[in-house]
Ligand binder design. Structure first.
Ligand code: ADP
Length: 903
């Protein structure tokens, strides 16, 4: 089915085509047939021309889009001749000279002939009919009936196209008559002169005759009616009535016709008695003798003003159609429309109101023509409430056009509108939805002509379609933007979460977040934290233009009245803030009445801001703020949700950082305590041990068996206590990174042998010692490691023999200590190298779970490894692997925290 837009374009094409056809054709019959077939090509499904007075053989010309159906049309016409009753149909149109339109034929069917109508309508379902007069200079030459079948119906805008076709057809008939009269006069030269004059007086056209050389000899009386005086009374007649722009080209044409003896034809504006220029088609026919010499010129000027104006309107509509098709947004459409409307002659102001999406606001754009600058001035759209007493709002609300034809009527309805003649306001409606309205203020008062109204109807029709298209486009664009924004938000949240989890220094982390928020989420961002004194510190700020970033810090320093500021409000209430900073009151709130701050804030050109709290609602610890400026983004509730989520995650990160710092502090204090305590314990214990040795060697006590036993117990317990204190001392050294190595060239087997020799005979392990395994290692620390591994092998070895091997492969030396005792479960095997970790709960095997931890730290600082192979019930093998050249390895890594002291 054809769209309205297509049909309007078709009408434009049709009228242009009809004009061309009729002005070029001299044979009236074929011209009218051509008109009928043109009408049925796109505009109507069928067409009937009925001529009231004609010399043509046919009175009726019928056309149908499908030539096979011509007889249906004939039959329908005959049926309807009876059905059109009094006051309706082609006869009435001829009489009254007024067009008729029936959009729904079935509704207006006369009741008495309903049965007949049904029979005629069988297979020929006529939906809509228009009848227009064939009209020229006030004379009706017949009618044209246009019919539409079931697929489409005629609207008012179609009627104006049909009427224009009627006018063009009428004009063609009038011209043909004139031509005929001239021909008759030519044939009967003698009495023809008189006959011609008589006939020419009956014609509606302005008629003249001229001698072969062009001198005028006769004007019919219509001239006097038209100009207000007899042409002969004015020696400079042509010059005074023809528009000055057309004088020269007209004379050129006339001169050419005089020389060649060919038909003269020119379209020009001729001034009427009121001083208005009216478009005329001026034609001159030469009559010739048998030798072909021109004897006389017969000429006539036919009023084609409405046709010409229609052509102008069509051109303007075409121009508007193409401008609207280029416009993409509603603003562009408004601009294209207003520029063209305000340029129409007699228009003072044009205004366009477009309904906003929420429905209670109208966006108003106004255009003026500035004659002195010769350009159109369009005022920026402003928003008004639909209840505003503005003609546009009233028209939108009422969905009806408003036409006020006098100054007083306009003033009494709209007192604000002064110096306005007539006013015409038309609603822009698309599929019963009101999109807005168009208002035209005319210079002068008086009736807005039917032609202008028809033209404006076509304009608003085109505009409504273009607006609807733009709305769809804009809403699609809006949805796409929202999807992109959401994606951007999620990306930013993911990035922020990564940043928050990466670092345990909360200030560093917040600075990082603030830096990444721009431009991902906003154009500027800052974080304020409440310090221990209850003051606010701005700990991080970022702005898209880094040169202006400092303003964000200056602003908080200058901001003394913090207790009233937006930041303190968020701190006090715990509620987020979303503010439009283009609103003066909000800017005032931010600036707290301080002009210097206001200047600072304004220099950042902020548009929208979100402020969210950090910390729990009951006790916020700070505020995180995000604002937009250069991007012109306006934050919405979804942005607030994102900002709040970010605030929650940042709060968690700050809390974690605080807990971590506290825990570190506690561990540090404990290690310090351990270090001091073990030092303090070691000194008295050493002196107690010495005293015990002295007492034990006292001869007087040698005989006292019991006392000696008691001393043995003292001895073993103080040795354990001493070992424990040694371990604690080592731990505190390791924790504080003060464990240092005294590297020396060492023979590993020799060193192991020395350890073994300190053991009681009964516990001594089986040895497999390779000779010459040497390297740079710390003697006493490796001694400590071996002693620990051997002691464990004895302790957990179920009294079974143990074994120590020493050897080397390439640049690596190894010591392995094996037992065949209880073994270690798989799940315990890595854990036992950590502090205070034990795999036994047996109270009989004494231990603190520190030995393997210290051993591993010592091996690590030698850049070696300690491995364990064990099976429950079958025993364990601990293997220590050491690089032979520990010294160069440790040195090659200057960052290493092991301090070296070389012998
Ligand atoms: P401690 O022996 O003082 O408990 P260690 O750090 O030396 O502390 O050892 C940690 C734990 O590893 C021991 O408690 C024990 O459960 C297990 N373990 C160490 N060596 C052996 C071994 N040779 N056989 C079985 N278990 C062992």
């Amino acid at each position: 089915m054809q769209t309205d837009h297509q049909s309007s374009k078709g009408a434009t094409r049709l009228l242009a085509g009809t004009g061309k056809l009729l002005t070029r054709s001299t044979d009236l019959c074929s011209a009218l047939k051509g008109l009928a077939s043109l009408a049925t090509s796109e505009f109507a499904d069928f067409c009937i021309l009925e001529l009231t007075e004609t010399e043509l053989p046919q009175h009726i010309i019928v056309a149908h889009r499908d030539p096979e159906k011509l007889n249906f049309v004939q039959k329908w016409r005959e049926d309807w001749l009876n059905i059109w009753g009094d006051g309706k149909g082609p006869l009435q149109v001829t009489k009254s000279c007024k067009s008729e339109i029936y959009s729904h034929v079935s509704l207006m069917a006369l009741k008495k002939d309903l049965g007949r109508l049904k029979s005629s309508s069988q297979g020929f379902n006529v939906k809509s009919v228009m009848i227009v007069p064939l009209l020229a200079t006030g004379h009706v030459y017949g009618t044209i009936t246009f019919g539409a079948l079931s697929k489409r119906k005629f609207h008012k805008c179609d009627l104006s196209v049909a009427e224009e076709m009627g006018r063009q057809g009428g004009m063609a008939i009038a011209n043909s008559r004139l031509y005929k009269i001239a021909k008759v006069a030519e044939a009967n030269a003698a009495e023809g002169k008189e006959l011609f004059r008589t006939l020419s007086e009956t014609l509606p056209q302005l008629v003249w005759t001229a001698f072969p050389d062009g001198r005028l000899d006769y004007f019919n009386s219509r001239w006097e009616e038209y100009c207000g005086y007899k042409p002969k009374d004015n020696p400079r007649f042509w010059k005074s009535i023809i528009h000055p722009d057309h004088l020269e080209p007209m004379y050129k044409k006339w001169h050419h016709s005089l020389i060649t003896g060919t038909l003269y034809e020119y379209i020009l504006p001729i001034k009427d008695r009121n001083g208005n220029y009216v478009w005329h088609l001026s034609r001159g026919f030469p009559t010739k003798d048998t030798q072909g010499n021109v004897m006389k010129w017969f000429g006539a000027c036919t009023n084609i003003d409405s046709q010409k104006r229609e052509e102008g309107r069509i051109q303007k509509l075409q121009d508007l159609t193409s401008a609207l098709s280029r416009a993409v947004t509603q603003n562009e459409i408004g601009d294209a429309l207003l520029r063209r409307i305000v340029n129409l002659p007699g228009t003072k102001v044009a205004a366009l109101g477009l309904c906003k999406l929420n429905g209670d606001k109208v966006e108003l754009a106004t255009a003026f023509y500035e004659p002195h600058k010769k350009k159109v001035q369009i005022l920026l759209p402003k928003e008004v409430s639909l209840t505003d007493p503005d003609p546009l709002c009233l028209c939108i609300k009422g969905k009806k056009k408003i036409v006020l034809e006098s100054k007083s009527a306009t003033l009494s309805k709209f007192p604000r509108l002064r110096d306005i003649g007539s006013l015409c306001v038309l609603p822009l409606i698309f599929q019963s939805r009101t999109l807005g309205a168009l208002a035209i203020h005319f210079d002068t008062e008086g009736k807005v002509s039917d032609e202008t109204q028809a033209f404006l109807n076509a304009v608003i029709h085109l505009t409504s379609q273009a607006l609807e298209r733009a709305r769809l486009f804009e809403s699609e664009l809006h949805l796409r933007h929202r999807a992109e924004e959401n994606e951007q938000r999620l990306k930013f949240l993911a990035l922020a979460s990564t940043i928050l989890s990466e670092n345990l220094d909360h200030e560093k982390t917040l600075k990082n977040i603030v830096a990444h928020a721009v431009p991902y989420f906003c154009d500027g961002c800052f974080v304020d934290l409440v310090n221990d004194d209850g003051q606010i510190d701005r700990i991080a700020a970022s702005y898209y233009d880094s040169k202006q970033e400092q303003i964000l810090f200056d602003f908080v320093n200058a901001h003394e009245n913090l207790y009233k500021s937006p930041t303190s409000q968020v701190l006090a209430t715990g509620e987020s803030l979303l503010m439009d900073l283009e609103e003066a009151t909000n800017l005032e709130f931010v600036a707290q009445g301080r002009p210097d701050i206001l200047e600072m804030v304004k220099s950042l050109n902020p548009k929208s801001i979100i402020m969210v709290r950090l910390g729990p609602k009951e006790k916020p610890i700070g505020v995180m703020s995000f604002f937009t400026s250069v991007s012109c983004r306006v934050f919405n509730s979804e942005d607030v949700s994102l900002a709040e989520e970010l605030g929650r995650r940042a709060t968690m990160a700050i809390e974690n950082a605080r807990l971590y710092a506290q825990a570190r502090e506690a561990v540090k204090m404990r290690d310090e305590f351990l270090s001091i305590a073990s030092h303090e314990l070691k000194t008295p214990l050493t002196s107690i041990c010495l005293q015990l040795q002295l007492v034990k060697r006292n001869k007087e006590l040698q005989g006292s068996e019991n006392l000696l036993k008691a001393f043995d117990v003292f001895d073993s317990q103080s040795t354990r206590l001493s070992k424990l204190i040694d371990s604690l001392l080592d731990i505190s050294l390791i924790q504080s990174g003060r464990l240092s190595l005294d590297l020396e060239l060492l023979d590993l087997s020799e060193m192991v042998l020395q350890v073994v020799n300190r053991l009681p005979m009964v516990n001594r392990p089986q040895l497999d010692l390779q000779q010459g395994v040497k390297g740079y290692w710390d003697r006493s620390r490796l001694d400590q490691v071996v002693m620990n591994l051997v002691s464990n092998a004895i302790k957990y070895g179920n009294n079974k023999p143990t074994k120590i091997s020493v050897g080397s492969t390439g640049s690596t030396a190894f010591i392995s200590v094996q037992d065949f005792g209880m073994g270690i479960a798989k799940h315990d095997q890595s854990r036992i190298f950590d502090r205070f970790q034990r795999a036994v709960s047996d109270r009989r095997t004494w231990g603190m779970g520190l030995g393997l931890y210290i051993a591993k730290q010592i091996i690590d600082s030698h850049k070696g490894v300690i491995r364990l192979k064990s099976q429950i019930g079958k025993g364990s093998i601990f293997t220590v692997e050491l690089p032979k050249d520990t010294m160069s390895i440790v040195r090659s890594n200057p960052m290493d925290d092991v301090s070296l002291s070389l012998h």
